[in-house]
Design a protein around this ligand. Structure first.
Ligand SMILES: Cc1cc2nc3c(=O)[nH]c(=O)nc-3n(C[C@H](O)[C@H](O)[C@H](O)COP(=O)(O)O)c2cc1C
Length: 163
């Protein structure tokens, strides 16, 4: 059975809800194993042992959140050359932008020669003041539904081997 690995980091809950929605969609699609790992826990062996990936994290300071970056830094050269061609999708939670995080994450995945099989989904939560940024986030139903769909699509594609 194929394995989808979802690696996520979240500071105020938004990216976590997105990652959970993707997991729910993937489980609903069925037919594959779904692993759900916080970025702090994810190791090279977890990446090597998966057939496809979803990476979910916030944009912080015009970059992917440091904890997520540390996961890539920790594993990058260990797995380089061993996961080429595997499918992935990326989810970014941002206050008002997200594009730098998208660019950075996609660039890392291009370095690994992963295959992006869906448009990166950026959810903007409209947080710009200190209070808004530090508040716990609630991702709206429409965005949750879209991310859930992405999880289901990735799972279905992995199961039948279309990627
Ligand atoms: C230190 C810090 C820096 C941030 N920098 C950005 C940024 O550069 N661009 C942006 O769109 N949002 C930025 N934000 C807002 C977060 O992306 C937003 O709050 C998002 O909900 C975080 O996702 P999370 O709820 O999963 O932690 C920043 C938030 C923090 C805490």
């Amino acid at each position: 059975m194929k394995t989808l690995l979802i690696v996520w980091y979240s500071f105020t809950g938004g990216s976590r809800q997105m990652a959970e929605a993707a997991r729910a969609g993937a489980l609903e699609a069925g037919g594959i194993d779904v692993r759900f790992l916080a970025a702090e826990e994810a190791q090279s062996a977890d990446l090597l042992g998966a057939d496809g990936y979803i990476f979910a994290c916030p944009e912080n300071l015009a970059a992917i959140a440091g904890v997520m970056k540390a996961m890539f830094d920790r594993t990058y050269y260990d797995v380089l050359g061993q996961i080429e061609g595997r499918p992935y999708a990326a989810l970014i939670c941002a206050g008002s932008d997200g594009e730098n995080a998208q660019r950075q994450l996609e660039r890392i995945c291009t370095g690994w020669r992963l295959k992006r099989v869906a448009d990166t989904q950026i959810v903007n939560v409209g947080a710009q003041t200190k209070e808004e940024i530090l508040a716990q986030k609630v991702i709206g139903d429409a965005d949750i539904a879209q991310v859930r769909e992405l999880g289901a699509t990735l799972a279905a594609g992995l199961e039948v081997g279309v990627f």
